[in-house]
Ligand binder design. Structure first.
Ligand code: ITT
Length: 200
């Protein structure tokens, strides 16, 4: 396997909310963490996969081969059971420019099905790659419930409508550390941290 640039890891995401959460978890690894801010002209790969894991591999491989870096990328999203798993891998592109509009779409779709809530989960699949191939992958899942109207201003994306029963709050109504302790991304990236500390 081609040696990537030693001692470095590219955290490849265009999403500032994800990036902040990931850097907080990986920050104490003895590695230089680089981001897409260090590669400002790279094109964004098209997410053509049918699953979170496939899209994570597509992104990680595209960024690793464009940069020559050991690279981690993740694909994540919200699965709402009453909507047959929607928005799922389409979470970022789901109906509506703003999250307020996306939440309104979800409320309307639920109402069409005679529901006002649903069990739901956030899923995060990450892929670690070198320029010539996949090195390792992991997944994290957090189970919760959809709660409308939105509540809380922390976090990002769908956090204000994701109620986490053990906290009795949405993930936008808890601290970043509380979210990371239970979140899909927290689980997947703590696994990566353990792997990187021992294997790379
Ligand atoms: P990159 O592909 O560049 O990483 P992206 O935002 O396009 O950024 P995804 O395609 O994986 O990433 O879409 C993930 C979407 O799922 C994200 O934009 C949110 O809408 C939602 N999402 C994922 N994790 C979330 C979280 O922790 N809290 C709230 N919403 C989340």
């Amino acid at each position: 396997m081609t040696a990537a640039r030693p001692g470095r890891l590219l955290v490849a995401t265009t999403n500032g909310g994800k990036l902040r959460e990931i850097l907080a978890i990986l920050g104490d690894l003895p590695l230089t963490l680089v981001t897409l801010a260090d590669y400002p002209t790279l094109p964004e790969p098209e997410e053509t996969g049918a699953t979170f894991a496939e899209n994570a591999r597509i992104k990680a491989l595209a960024y690793a081969s464009a940069t020559g870096e050991l690279t981690v990328a993740e694909d994540s999203g919200l699965e709402i059971d009453a909507l047959n798993g929607e928005p799922g891998v389409r979470s970022a592109r789901f109906n509506g420019e703003s999250y307020a509009e996306k939440f309104a779409t979800i409320a309307r779709m639920l109402a069409e099905r005679g529901a006002d809530s649903s069990t739901a989960r956030f899923v995060c699949a990450l892929a670690l790659t070198r320029p010539d191939g996949l090195v390792w992958e992991a997944t994290g899942i957090v189970e919760g419930r959809l709660q409308l109207p939105a509540r809380g201003h922390a976090g990002f994306g769908y956090d204000p409508i994701f109620y986490y029963p053990a906290y009795g709050r949405t993930l936008a109504d808890v601290t970043e550390a509380e979210k990371a302790a239970v979140s899909h991304r927290g689980q997947a990236f703590r696994r990566l941290r353990t792997y990187m500390a021992t294997a790379v």
